[in-house]
Design a protein around this ligand. Structure first.
Ligand SMILES: [Zn+2]
Length: 50
């Protein structure tokens, strides 16, 4: 569900060099990263019984 954006990678981004070496490498932008992190956190929560 990543947006697949590769524009806007800052040169000091951790993934930048990886992308340069391997353009097919999956880059997750900070926005998707935050979303994925949030969703993972939400997924770990046990469902509250009503
Ligand atoms: Zn993204």
């Amino acid at each position: 569900m990543m947006c697949g954006r590769k524009e806007g990678i800052e040169k000091d981004h951790v993934e930048y060099r990886k992308i340069q070496k391997n353009p097919k490498a999956v880059f997750i932008c900070s926005l998707c990263m935050a979303r994925t992190f949030h969703e993972a956190k939400e997924g770990q929560k046990p469902h509250k019984p009503m």
